[in-house]
Design a protein around this ligand. Structure first.
Ligand code: PMP
Length: 429
């Protein structure tokens, strides 16, 4: 949530802070930086952790069950790889599909297929509905929103809480509006505010009454194993809870190795009920004879088992944690106690969400860009790029080196101080 608008600073203190920020900002622009904090990309050193993949498969081209991975077929993906990710994604291997290199592509195709063919339980396909709407917990992931916009799906923002989306709002809307067909959820270390859904939230999502018989939870578990602490967060098992609550077909689960192995050459997963999985496989079969099983075999050989995945993620953490710690330290040092900003302290995932005074985010991003620090556009965390409070800024610390990151976050803090103090002095007249 946005920090309170009247920080505990006197007019004299504000003016002094503004004057210092003006000087700091001029010096910042003078340095002619060129830094990029826009997207959550793994750094080259993180990609190097999976360098061995480039030499695999080393044991030949046969999968454990004898499948010749060089040939056509095996639409659902290699069993041994589905078994490795069954635990982390909380989907029985038999109901998990290992597909191509992008979970976003699977989300996209799920929406397209629902547009063109009725989902299990649906009376008609979404293209024949007068209106299709999705709930979007905000702040959220801009590519989810863009995907829906491309197909004319209406986006309805829902506020986030520390436990996930505000379930009172979600339950009310989903129960009363049969045109609400989906909700976007990043349930663990969410993009961008790092929120992890509480067991109670997951239970309510699974059990709530939905007016639409073909309502689906798009459960994008992109950061399922991306921990930054010694106490990994475990979330409740949505798929199992949906089945227990009599809504077995409600959950569409997604995940990928994009931020485990190679972001552009990993493996993506879809998991759901037997009916939904068969529905998607049936439609996928019209577009491909099977996935790249050699890449899947290479991943199974490299990661070995669930413990191998977790061990590999510990090496990512060694590279990522100093960056996240640095962001926290700089923000605390430069902005702590001012009342001019608040920020998330994620226990995993790829982002820090920075909230500035209402009406300041766009100007902070503009000022930062002028100083050579590229940030995700303000508003991107909200449907239609419209953050009504103009308050949320997403920080992606993974890619830059520590030195560059320090420059970028220090510079960003200068921009926050400058824009916020100018705003408050302007309001004070
Ligand atoms: N979902 C979320 C929440 C993400 O943050 C990202 C990457 N930034 C993706 C999906 C993209 O995943 P993939 O590479 O598997 O398409």
């Amino acid at each position: 949530s946005a920090p309170s608008v009247s920080p505990a600073l006197s007019a004299a203190e504000l003016t002094a802070l503004r004057d210092r920020a003006l000087g700091d900002y001029a010096a910042l622009v003078e340095r002619g930086l060129s830094l990029d904090l826009t997207r959550g990309k793994p750094s080259p050193r993180q990609l190097d952790l999976a360098a061995e993949l480039l030499t695999l498969p080393a044991r030949g081209h046969l999968a454990a069950d004898g499948t010749d991975t060089r040939n056509y077929g095996g639409l659902q993906g290699l069993t041994e790889l589905r078994e490795i990710f069954s635990g982390p994604l909380q989907v029985p291997a038999a109901q998990l599909i290992a597909a191509g290199n992008s979970s976003l592509a699977l989300m996209h195709d799920s929406v397209v297929h629902a547009m063109l063919s009725p989902l299990p339980g649906a009376g008609r396909r979404w293209a024949d509905e007068p209106r299709v709407a999705f709930l979007c917990p905000v702040p959220g992931y801009d590519r989810h929103f863009a995907l829906c916009e491309r197909f004319g799906i209406e986006l309805i923002p829902v506020p986030m809480t520390a436990d996930g989306p505000d379930m009172d709002v979600v339950e009310r809307l989903v129960a009363e509006d049969a045109q609400i067909k989906g909700i976007w959820c990043v349930p663990k270390y969410s993009n961008p505010d790092g929120v992890c859904y509480s067991d109670e939230t997951v239970r309510r999502l699974a059990g709530m009454t939905a007016a639409a018989p073909d309502f689906r939870i798009f459960w994008d578990n992109a950061y399922a194993v991306h921990h930054l602490t010694d106490t990994p967060v475990e979330i409740a098992d949505l798929l199992a809870l949906c089945a227990e609550s009599g809504n077995p077909d409600r959950a569409f689960v997604y995940g990928s190795t994009s931020k485990i192995t190679f972001a552009g050459a990993g493996v993506a997963f879809f998991g759901s009920s037997p009916a939904n999985t068969a529905w998607l496989l049936g439609h996928m079969a019209k577009g491909t004879i099977g996935p790249d099983k050699i890449n899947q075999l290479r991943h199974a050989e490299f990661l070995r088992d669930e413990a191998g995945v977790l061990e590999h993620m510990r090496r990512h953490r060694e590279l990522l944690q100093p960056k996240f710690d640095l962001v926290q330290a700089i923000l605390a040092k430069e902005l702590g106690g001012t009342g001019l900003a608040s920020w998330s302290s994620p226990a995993g995932g790829y982002f820090v969400s920075l909230d500035v005074l209402e009406g300041c985010a766009r100007e902070v991003v503009r000022r930062a860009a002028e100083a050579g620090i590229a940030l995700t556009p303000a508003g991107a965390t909200h449907p239609y790029g419209d953050d009504p409070r103009d308050s949320t800024i997403r920080i992606a610390p993974s890619y830059p080196g520590l030195e560059e990151l320090e420059q970028a976050i220090t510079g960003l803090a200068v921009c926050v101080l400058l824009v916020a103090t100018e705003k408050l002095l302007e309001q004070a007249g």
